[in-house]
Design a protein around this ligand. Structure first.
Ligand SMILES: *Cc1c(COP(=O)(O)O)cnc(C)c1O
Length: 452
């Protein structure tokens, strides 16, 4: 396991560099004894920015409170799900009510129907969805279904797009894999990615070349609807259309991974912003994050024709003990009910205020940067030129981001602990929270500008 120059791996966190977070440092020390790296998902370990991850004790609205009693404006929003803010009263009530009726039945239950109906109603091309428990499970199942439906093996993905830690898709993935600079993961046998072809994002010519060479073997192209796991890199105008046209010409399916963008970029996700496409809709969609409202719920879906190939109707096996869990589906349903049409312009206005202030502060200090958008999702890339693909995303000053991040953290703003991530806002980010972010930016920009 090596680190590339573009993604320096910071020294392991230790208690000495968190004088203001002694309780977090103490918990981290205990955690590292019983949990690898002290965390249950790698990016949480702060390896990309150095320092001690904050152990959060509670959260409400736009605020996180750590175990040392310090309060942070949350621009992570649990990596997307907390679109209404933390512990939103309506979601809390729905979860409490559902939990009071039992935690898991292992039988069908009404909330599953309601949540599936809500998702199908929002995303026009969907006829059916199956509920699962994580985005990883959703993409894994969608890929299996695409292979089962087409009788073909090859999957095409784009460099820098992350689809969860599915073996076959852990090739040139973004997210935690980008910051850890793993070209691949150990423990994934070559046979598992032998049928995976990786193409640069936003490169139609490269995709056409792959289809010219191997079109009849390709089961599906999977893409992030708008990439968010190498930082926010939206598809170039016409890119999604081209994917649809090329896959259709060759009898391959198009899987749009909306785990991050789904119900986040618009009431109908990225599809709601960019679709419908003249060349036709994607065949399969995957969802997670927002639709679980902070609980483990995710989904994949498409036309009834394709979805009917799933067990028990068809030969493609797929299952889950906790799939459609009554408490998780209650949280998801209540969250989607709160995702009203008027929420999205508010999210965009909040995000715009923060991004504009960050950009102005960085400009004042002469720090090269680029802001990129997908709905209200945005990233600050610490480079002067726009980013259209993974190579360009990696060509940024991640050390400057680390200094910027830590200055913000000290001033009570929790950004994503990696330069390769989207910033997220919620409907609960009010004037006080946004004001605290804006006030912190000049000092953070100064820190970014001056090493050491
Ligand atoms: C987060 C994410 C996943 C994985 O979801 P998990 O719930 O973490 O397994 C897959 N695809 C995209 C686009 C994501 O952002």
């Amino acid at each position: 396991m090596t680190s590339s120059p573009a993604s320096p791996v910071a020294p392991a966190p230790d208690a000495t560099n968190a004088p203001d977070a002694p309780a977090s440092a103490a918990l981290l020390e205990r955690a590292t004894r019983v949990i690898p790296g002290g965390v249950n998902s790698p990016v949480r370990a702060f390896r990309a920015v150095g320092g001690t991850p904050r152990f959060i004790a509670s959260a409400t609205g736009p605020w996180l409170t750590d175990v040392d009693g310090r309060r942070y404006v949350d621009l992570l929003c649990s990596w997307g799900p907390m679109i209404l803010g933390h512990a939103h009263p309506d979601v809390l009530a729905a979860v409490t009510e559902a939990a009071g009726r039992g935690f898991s039945f292992g039988t069908p239950s009404e909330n599953e129907v309601l949540l599936a109906e809500e998702i199908v109603r929002r995303v026009e091309p969907l006829e059916q969805v199956r509920l699962v428990s994580s985005g990883t499970e959703a993409t894994m199942s969608a890929v299996r279904l695409a292979r089962g439906f087409t009788g073909r093996s090859v999957i095409v993905k784009f460099a820098g797009c992350y689809h969860g830690h599915v073996d076959a898709l852990l090739a040139a993935a973004g997210s935690g894999v980008a910051t850890l600079a793993l070209p691949d993961s150990a423990g994934v046998p070559r046979e598992m990615t032998m049928d995976t072809v990786v193409v640069p994002y936003n490169d139609v010519e490269a995709l056409e070349a792959v289809f010219t060479a191997r079109g009849s073997e390709i089961a599906a192209v999977i893409t992030e609807a708008a990439a968010g796991n190498m930082g926010v890199v939206p598809p170039a105008p016409g890119f999604t259309e081209a994917l649809r046209r090329i896959t259709r010409e060759h009898g391959a399916l198009l899987i749009s991974d909306e785990v991050m963008t789904g119900f986040r970029c618009s009431p109908a996700g990225w599809f709601g912003l960019e679709g419908p496409y003249a060349a036709g809709a994607p065949d399969l969609f995957t969802f997670g994050k927002v639709m679980g409202g902070g609980f483990p719920a995710a989904a994949f879906g498409g036309s009834a024709e394709i979805m009917s190939r799933l067990a028990p109707l068809g030969p493609v096996y797929q299952a889950g003990t906790l799939s459609g869990n009554p408490v998780a589906t209650a949280a998801g349903l209540a969250t989607l009910k709160g995702c009203t049409d008027d929420l999205y312009p508010r999210l965009e206005a909040t995000a715009r205020t923060i991004a504009d202030a960050a950009s102005a502060a960085l400009a004042d200090e002469g720090v090269p940067h680029t802001v990129q958008w997908a709905g209200s999702m945005f990233s600050m890339f610490f480079r002067g030129a726009p980013v259209t693909n993974y190579d360009e995303a990696r060509d940024q000053d991640t050390a400057a981001y680390g200094r910027f991040f830590h200055s913000m953290l000290e001033q009570g703003v929790h950004l994503p602990p990696s330069a390769f991530e989207s910033w997220f806002v919620s409907g609960a980010h009010d004037d006080e929270a946004v004001g605290q972010v804006v006030a912190a930016l000049p000092a953070a920009a100064r820190a970014a500008a001056h090493a050491g």
